[in-house]
Design a protein around this ligand. Structure first.
Ligand code: ASP
Length: 584
């Protein structure tokens, strides 16, 4: 039987000198030096230089003339040491080359739609030819790094006593806050499965079922707008454990993070990761996922501006500010005001303290000495105020803080800041309907002693929900769950669901909570986001082999596609409007 190769390109070294291996791979480059032909042969391990000398092998030389970039070739020859002046220090195999005796074209290639070493290729083209893109160093590195991390995660989970159990992906909709993808069922026309937004209720049932510690690298589907950190389908390290304290769940995740860093030879973040209450995060950073690689904290001025002569401050429910460490120009301030308005602010009041300490501001004349002193601005800085409802102030200043962090280069990119955000509210009012809605999902437990508040003052109830944040990116969420049926029913009620409706939708789950449900809790770590940050990428598409574009399609296969009339008839579906003819 033919042996395709017995040495990997990147492994060739002086230890092989004198041996006659067979190598196979892609032609990264071919150079014809009038007589001698040099071929850089590439496989997944690296590059080795082949030298085809017509005097040594006229047959091989003939073949070499017909070879082009990205042809797949197989070569046999002798490993020789390069002359000192020909050593290539840029590649690990640079001290040797292979003098070719036999050369074979295994597969030809058309000229490629882009050069593999071109860094500026547009993403749609990269995705259309993803199999070529995958040959590039960046994608090879990202895919291999991902595999290393996923294997370290599995190892860590198994060492911690978790077992991998599969859950159905075609199921009943899980309320995780997004739309479901629906799957029509030919055998039951008019009925649909939902693709699981997460294994949430199944993993809770595992706890009722006595499996104790479950995990899965689960694919989840959510019909949401795609962004740099969001795809229709994505992977989660999904886990659940019985009888946990909150600290035990956080500890499991911290171990996973540390194991992942160590698997990549990176210094892991120190444990325990800092913890911050949601209320504090919102107050100091205007965000429930603050980026702690820079300061620029939000300060409160509500008290000090209560009797202010500046009516906007005096009347507002909340006044807060940021001190940007620059004396900003009028033009820069105008841009910041536009930015703040886009986020919903009515305006952006400011005080510029120039280098000499002089204050430049249209509102300074209305502010008392006490107010001015309270703002503590040093020369060369700008105080930016937002006065509005607490929610609006947090939203605008949170966005402004991040914007300024980037614009003014305040973010220390060399830092890795992991932290937990805890003690979220159980409910927040829905922006459109005003109805109380869950912050995490409806299965999250209130903190002990807050069960009664679900009926009496839902907005005041805190939950046992926790988020893991890395450099301002939410890596995942989890919670200690409700394990008592009557509390679960209260939550449904607070969300405006009648008991009948709750029974109809979740009766099967409420039943389980009445048949010996142990206390339980868990978490889901967004694998794609985690991998992207580990790989130093700012978009999760770079760590997904075949991602969708921002508009939700796949340029490689052309999916999604129209369905034929026959297919739709079979499913009992008629479309309101057909925009184009299906192709198949
Ligand atoms: N199911 C949740 C999610 O996907 C995670 C959890 O609560 O465990 O975000």
């Amino acid at each position: 039987m033919k042996v395709w190769r017995d040495l990997r390109c990147g492994d060739a070294s002086t230890a092989h000198v004198g041996r006659e291996p067979t190598v196979a791979g892609w032609v990264a480059r071919r150079r014809d030096h009038g007589g001698l032909i040099f071929i850089d042969l590439r496989d997944h391990t690296g590059i080795v230089q082949l030298v085809v000398n017509p005097e040594r092998s006229p047959e091989a030389a003939k073949v070499a003339h017909g070879i082009r970039s990205e042809f797949v070739v197989r070569a046999k020859g002798e490993v020789v040491r390069r002359a000192p002046e020909a050593v290539n220090k840029n590649i690990p195999t640079g001290e040797v080359e292979i003098q070719v005796d036999e050369l074979e074209i295994v597969a030809r290639s058309e000229p490629l739609p882009f050069q593999l070493d071109d860094e500026g290729v547009e993403e749609p083209l990269r995705l259309k030819y993803r199999y070529l893109d995958l040959r590039r160093d960046r994608m090879q590195r990202n895919m291999r790094l991902s595999a290393t991390v996923i294997s370290a995660i599995r190892r860590s989970m198994e060492e911690q006593g978790f077992i991998d159990v599969w859950t159905p992906t075609m199921t009943l909709g899980t309320p995780e806050g997004a739309r479901d993808f629906l799957v029509p069922v030919r055998l039951q026309p008019g009925k649909f499965f939902a693709l699981a937004q997460s294994p949430q209720l199944f993993k809770q049932l595992f706890m009722v079922g006595g499996l104790d510690r479950y995990y899965q690298i689960a694919t989840c589907w959510r019909d949401e707008d795609l962004r740099a950190d969001r795809q229709f389908e994505f992977r989660q390290l999904d886990l659940e454990l019985a009888f946990p304290t909150r600290e035990e769940v956080l500890d499991v995740l911290e171990q996973v993070v540390v194991a992942s860093f160590e698997a990549l030879g990176k210094a892991p973040p120190p444990r325990p990761f800092p913890r911050m209450a949601y209320a504090e995060a919102m107050l100091r950073y205007g965000s429930d996922k603050p980026d702690l690689r820079f300061g620029l904290e939000i300060e409160d001025a509500t008290e000090v501006t209560r009797g202010s002569e500046f009516g906007v401050f005096a009347k507002a429910e909340t006044v807060r500010y940021l001190v940007a460490p620059r004396a900003l120009s009028r033009a820069a301030l105008q841009k910041l005001e536009d930015f703040a308005k886009e986020w919903g602010a009515k305006g952006l009041a400011y005080l510029v303290v120039d280098e000499s300490g002089e204050v430049r501001s249209p509102i300074a004349k209305f502010l008392s000495e006490r107010e001015l002193q309270a703002f503590e601005a040093s020369p060369g800085s700008t105080v930016l105020f937002v006065a509005d409802t607490p929610a609006m102030v947090e939203r605008v200043l949170g966005a402004l803080r991040l914007h300024l962090g980037e614009e003014l280069g305040l973010i220390d990119e060399s830092r890795d800041e992991f932290h937990w955000v805890l003690d979220f509210p159980l409910f927040l009012p829905d922006e459109e309907t005003g109805q109380w809605t869950f912050v995490h999902h409806p299965f999250t437990s209130p903190i002990e002693g807050h069960e009664e508040l679900i009926d009496t003052d839902p907005g005041a109830a805190l939950s046992q929900h926790y988020d893991l944040i890395w450099n301002g990116w939410e890596q995942g969420s989890g919670s200690i769950r409700i394990h008592r049926q009557e509390i679960q029913e209260k939550v449904f009620r607070a969300m405006g669901m009648s008991d009948e409706e709750a029974r109809a939708k979740f009766g099967w789950f409420l039943d389980a909570l009445q048949m010996g449900a142990p206390p339980h809790g868990g978490f889901a770590l967004g694998i794609d986001r985690f991998l992207a940050l580990l790989a130093g990428e700012s978009n999760i598409r770079e760590v997904i082999a075949f991602p969708k574009t921002a508009s939700g399609s796949d340029p490689l296969t052309g999916a999604p596609a129209l369905a034929t009339k026959e297919r739709l008839d079979e499913l009992g579906i008629s479309l309101k409007e057909r925009r184009a003819k299906p192709s198949g």
